[in-house]
Every structure is written in C-alpha cells, then in structure tokens.
Design a protein around this ligand. Structure first.
Ligand SMILES: Nc1ncnc2c1ncn2[C@@H]1O[C@H](COP(=O)(O)OP(=O)(O)OP(=O)(O)O)[C@@H](O)[C@H]1O
Length: 282
C-alpha cells in the first residue's frame, strides 16, 4: 500500500492549519512525522485517517482517493491511535481492547478472542485485563490503547504470519506518551515489525532517539508546511533542528549503533545556572 499526499491544504475555522503538504510513504517502512508543538502533525495524521474530509489537494491510499473510500472499508483497513483519547466509562481493559474487533463483527468469534488475548500479551497488559480502564496509570492506559489498535489490525494471533502488504495502515499519534523506556522500545519494535509485515505505518513522535532508531523516512513539519523530508541522516542536522525547534543541538555518532544521537548543546547563556554564574565559569 502506498500513501501519497499531494499538495494538501486544510483550514479549520479561519485558520490555515496545513499548506501544500506532500508526503509519500510505502508499506514496509516506518514513516515518522516530527515538528514543534502546533506544527500540524496531529492534523495531518487526522487528514490521513479520514477525519477531515474538507482538505484541498489529494490523499491517495493504495491509488484511491481517500474521500471516495467507503467509511466501513476505511475502518477495516486502518487502525488509529489518537493523541487525546479520554475514556471515562468504567470499561475493563479486555473490553477496551475488544473494541478493536467490533468493526468486523458484532459478536466476538473464537478467532477474535485469540487476537485480543494475543494483543494484550504483546503489550504486556494481560495481568490488567479485568481492571477498569480509568483506574490505570497513564503509561498503562497508553499500552492498552496500543493493544486495541493491534487487535484491530491483526488477522491472526501472530505478528509475522500474515502478509499485510496493500491491505493495512496504522496511524500512531505520539504512541509512547507516558510510557517507560522499556515499553517505548516495545511499542516502536512492534511498529517496525508490523511495517516489515507490509503494514503502512505512520507515527508522530517527539523523541529524537526513538525516531533515529526506528524511522525509515522522516517528515519534518514547520508552521503547517513541510520543512524537510528524507532519511534520519538528512533531517537530523543541527541547522534543521534549530530552525524547527529553536534549540541548539549536537548530532553525535552513537558509539554502538548506526543511528545518530541528538543531544542538546550547551545553551549559550540561555539557561545559566545561578551557581555557575556565581563561580563565573560560564
Ligand atoms: N479543530 C481545530 N480548530 C482550530 N484550530 C485547530 C484545530 N485543531 C488544531 N488546531 C490548530 O492547528 C495547529 C496545529 O495543531 P496540531 O494539533 O496539528 O499540532 P501538532 O503538531 O500535533 O502539535 P503537538 O506537538 O502539540 O501535538 C495548532 O495551532 C492548533 O491550535
């Protein structure tokens, strides 16, 4: 499946939120969208998810214009993890994850239940299955949401048994928010594994280290426009990061891995520590 966003613009109210966006992503590779707060990342993801149909330009999914795809068909081909997901009803964890399967059947089959159990296991929330969702910690809730989208996406209780090429798309908006480092890695490994099985995966991330380690293509947004698109090496430069985030960084070679490390550089005079000032060392 190919995603092809061509010259997409979107206004909400009187505000132009996205302008002239181009993005190409292919099944099999993890595409990561980055950018400062308010740059338009979530809005772009929502356009791709079919939530804003008033966009100008074209969004082709597998060669077909998004607006012309029947909604039921969209739900069967794509799973979305949204950024602000509040669920205050006392659903249990197992019920929340089951929601991922109800788009296929009104009753859960034995196969559906197997997929649900598998998703709970993969995201390591099986022990929480009978807890009510609102009582979980933030990171636990996020893991349950990942399990829900996984349950929606999978066709078998196995991550790699199926070739999803041309049939499935996964959209993740800041999927690791609130997760500890182990579960952040788990979630991105899961996204990569799904991509390797042919799922088209697009994720919004704020974390440079995770993006560097897992992204195959990066799209950097600034003020509703594409600032740059390319590989990690092309996009993660001190100049690009300064232009998009206003922060001085150093891009270092990772001592053991192939991907670069982005670290904040000493902020020249911006955040002088009072003690350092007193000692006159800065
Ligand atoms: N429904 C809406 N109506 C009006 N403006 C909106 C709406 N949704 C988002 N915006 C505005 O569009 C801009 C982009 O928002 P968006 O949520 O896409 O940013 P983002 O890059 O995902 O930011 P963050 O990193 O904070 O999640 C912001 O200025 C926001 O205030």
């Amino acid at each position: 499946m190919m995603l092809c966003v061509k010259d997409v613009s979107l206004s909400l109210g009187k505000m132009k939120i996205l302008e002239g966006i181009h993005l190409q992503a292919a099944a099999g590779e993890l595409c990561v969208i980055m950018g400062a707060n308010g740059a338009g990342k979530s809005t772009l993801l929502k356009v791709i998810a079919g939530e804003y149909i008033q966009y100008q330009g074209s969004v082709l999914i597998g060669g077909q214009e998004l607006k012309t795809l029947p909604v039921a068909m969209q739900a069967r081909t794509r799973a979305v993890l949204s950024q602000q997901l509040t669920l205050n009803q006392p659903f249990t964890v197992a019920e929340v994850v089951s929601m991922g399967r109800y788009i296929y059947n009104t009753h859960l089959s034995a196969a559906d239940k197997e997929i649900i159990n598998y998703a709970l296991k993969v995201m390591q929330v099986q022990h929480l299955r009978d807890r009510t969702y609102p009582t979980l910690s933030g990171g636990q809730q996020q893991r349950v949401q990942m399990a829900r989208v996984l349950a929606q996406l999978l066709e078998a209780p196995d991550l790699q048994a199926t070739d999803y090429r041309g049939r499935k798309m996964l959209l993740l908006d800041e999927p690791v928010t609130g997760m500890d480092i182990q579960h952040q890695q788990l979630s991105l490994q899961l996204a990569s594994t799904l991509a390797a099985s042919g799922v088209l995966v697009v994720a919004v991330l704020h974390d440079f280290q995770l993006a560097a380690a897992y992204a195959r293509t990066l799209l950097m947004l600034k003020d509703g426009r594409v600032y740059a698109q390319g590989t990690v090496e092309e996009i993660f430069t001190p100049a690009h990061i300064k232009n998009c985030f206003g922060v001085d960084v150093a891009v270092l070679e990772h001592p053991h891995c192939l991907y670069p490390l982005v670290v904040t550089a000493a902020a020249s005079g911006l955040f002088q520590l009072p003690a350092a000032k007193a000692l006159n060392v800065l």
